[in-house]
Design a protein. Sequence first.
Length: 238
Amino acid sequence: MRRQILKFANACVLPFGLKLQTQRVRLHERMEDALHHLIHKGCHPTTCIDVGAAHGTLPFYEAFPKSKHLLIEPLAEYESEIKLIMRKYECYYEQAAAGSAPGILKINVKERITGSSVFCEQPGVNQGTLREVRMVTLDQICEDRKLPGPYLVKIDVEGAEMEVVKGAEKIIGETLAFILELTFVARLVNAPEAGEVIRFMAARGFVLYDIFDLRTRDDGTLFQADAIFVPRDSYLRV
């Protein structure tokens, strides 16, 4: 029916050199797009937390240049890059893993270091070198460093995102949004898939708000994406 109406309307305006088109809403393809949308909706965090900072999440820092930035990364190999980021933004760096409780965490450090994880690969795949790192909670770090809310938290820790959220019980009430990596077909043994993460966040009052950076395997199967979760009653949903 809509196509017929559009066709009729175009027949009417064509003599005037005009053409009507339906408006298409574009998905947020990149983190930059999703963050700019949050800003447009009035999201202004005082503290941004980047868990699993690795080489740095530049779109995150550039979108909120006036915010305080807490970078948490357990692997010392990234330290030189993180220190360069700290020269440009108001950053706090914690060389540690984030988790559900303070302690020691064992990570499988891969040759391709960005794939390092607490979870093991499927049988037959090189597991990497096991390394012990210090583990902290987001609650502990924010309290120790006196980092105020509201917070915006990005977590990319190769399957252990839920454990990080468990360690944020105190700050979760002041968190505007969580940005989490979702995996649709897990390649790591016992790593949670997207449905489990969505249910986990829903139990804590957070719902799926946006999704971006969809990634597929070589065969075209949807593999991973980044997702934004906001409180169920968030003003961002109005």
